[in-house]
Design a protein around this ligand. Structure first.
Ligand SMILES: *Cc1c(COP(=O)(O)O)cnc(C)c1O
Length: 452
């Protein structure tokens, strides 16, 4: 922590030296004491959180930004550039273009149109909106396991939305999709490359084949999973999808999920730069210093934090997104942790698992004689684990994702546990997590001896 402050002060001094040709200006002094008091109050308030930064937090999709991202972001705040226009954020606009081009490279795109944005929701909104500009009045179709915002976003842009079933592996069901396609009027299909609930990866090769037959646009919602193509340990089926990701029409990917960034950093990419024409507008007061592309000319949002671009650029510089590199190895370790956790659960009669993790999310539950009892035990286990500082998450998923043989199916949907092993450190912590789970399970009354 102290080392961080030292580095930040050093970099700030360097930054300020770039502006010493200006006359001294006094910023209003609020008073050190006042600031200190309020800041400590903020620290006090912030204690009311789960410890997202700690490996014993193995619940939701949360992890701390990398040190370099935190520092570069803080440093940029001194200038507080706005990446809407080159006039508001010259250096960080250039950094954004470079950082986004590096992400496009992950999918083999030399040419592309893309920019950073608030997050995955905004990225998806722009992709859906471009599809609507190209295919007005046509439907958006996504799987029942796709992110919940697709339906809402379709409403925002005024297009019909249709949900198709997911198969037992949590992936978009191809037969169900084909029925919908046969009815006609589908403008865009959303392939989720890593579902938020279960980390399932929709079958892209088959979807690409369907695109050829039915001519829809294909958008990959890779907000959570997009970086995993770099992991060397994907299973062959998942690998096939990542290898062909570059063939879709648009991609949403969230640097603030697996890209080690603070929140407020999503990214949307289009394969065909020509779609930039839909964004065209005349802003009467923001673009005057340069004929070069201002990012606001290809973005739906107006003001955007240049600090986000600085943080992402710095992270990519320190940890290049190369196969076999440190960043790629971190993703592989996350997946390895998920696989190992899944393996432990499977080998233990107290627990049941759904499909094996495609990326780094495991969904699992205590075994019981009925679906409703599984849900009750999952909630109890969640509470008991949290009491022991093992933080898990709960998810509501179709009961059929689990093998229900011998169980009373008294509900269609089931509450299970969900663990995202997002932090590479998780791998080294599995024994500790497993011990805590054992204690929590005993306290929650998870007992395999009553089961046949
Ligand atoms: C997280 C997520 C989103 C939403 O992204 P935000 O950054 O939270 O707005 C959309 N789709 C998928 C698959 C996600 O995992």
């Amino acid at each position: 922590m102290d080392e961080s402050s030292r580095l930040l002060s050093k970099a700030l001094r360097h930054l300020r030296e770039g502006f010493t040709n200006l006359p001294e200006s006094q910023t209003e002094n609020v008073g050190e004491q006042g600031i200190e008091n309020v800041l400590l109050e903020v620290a006090e308030r912030l204690r009311d959180n789960y410890p997202y930064f700690h490996p014993q937090y193995a619940g939701q999709m949360l992890k701390p930004p990398h040190e370099i991202a935190r520092l570069a972001y803080s440093l940029a705040l001194w200038v507080n550039p706005n990446n809407h226009a080159l006039d508001g954020g010259r250096a960080t606009s250039a950094m954004e273009k470079e950082a986004v081009a590096a992400i496009a490279q992950l999918f083999g795109w030399e040419r592309h149109l893309g920019h950073l944005c608030a997050g995955g929701t905004q990225a998806n909104l722009e992709a859906l909106w471009v599809a609507r500009q190209l295919r007005p009045k046509q439907k958006v179709v996504a799987s029942q396991q796709a992110h919940f915002t697709h339906e809402r976003l379709s409403g925002v842009i005024g297009v019909e939305f249709e949900k198709v079933a997911a198969d037992a592996g949590g992936r978009l069901d191809l037969a169900a999709l084909e029925k919908t396609l046969a009815k006609g009027g589908v403008g865009l299909v959303v392939a989720t490359v890593g579902t938020t609930a279960a980390g399932a990866v929709d079958p892209l090769p088959e979807l690409l084949e369907l695109r050829q037959r039915y001519g829809f646009r294909l958008h990959a919602d890779a907000a959570y999973g997009g970086y995993f193509g770099l992991a060397a340990n994907l299973d062959p089926v998942t690998r096939r999808t990542f290898d062909r990701l570059g063939e879709v029409d648009s991609i949403a990917i969230d640097p603030h999920k697996h890209g080690l960034q603070p929140y407020g950093c999503g990214c949307v990419l289009f394969r065909d730069p020509e779609v930039g024409r839909f964004y065209q507008h005349d802003s009467p007061y923001t673009y005057f210093s340069s004929p070069d592309l201002h990012l606001g000319e290809i973005s739906l949002e107006c003001s955007r934090p240049g600090a986000s671009a600085a943080a992402l650029w710095a992270t990519q510089r320190l940890l290049p997104m190369t196969p076999g590199g440190e960043f790629a190895k971190g993703l592989a370790r996350s997946r390895e942790a998920a696989l190992a956790w899944h393996g432990r659960l499977r080998a233990d009669r107290r627990f049941m698992t759904a499909f094996p993790p495609a990326l780094d999310i495991v969904i699992w539950a205590p075994r019981a004689t009925s679906v409703s009892e599984v849900s009750r035990l999952s909630r109890a286990l969640f509470e008991e684990a949290a009491r022991r500082n093992l933080h898990l998450a709960l998810a509501q998923i179709p009961a059929r994702f689990f093998d229900l043989t011998g169980m009373k199916t008294d509900a269609e949907s089931l509450t299970c546990l969900r663990s995202v092993f997002m932090k590479p450190e998780h791998l080294g912590w599995l024994d500790t997590l497993w011990n805590l789970l054992g204690q929590a399970a005993a306290a929650a009354g998870v007992d395999a001896s009553k089961l046949t």
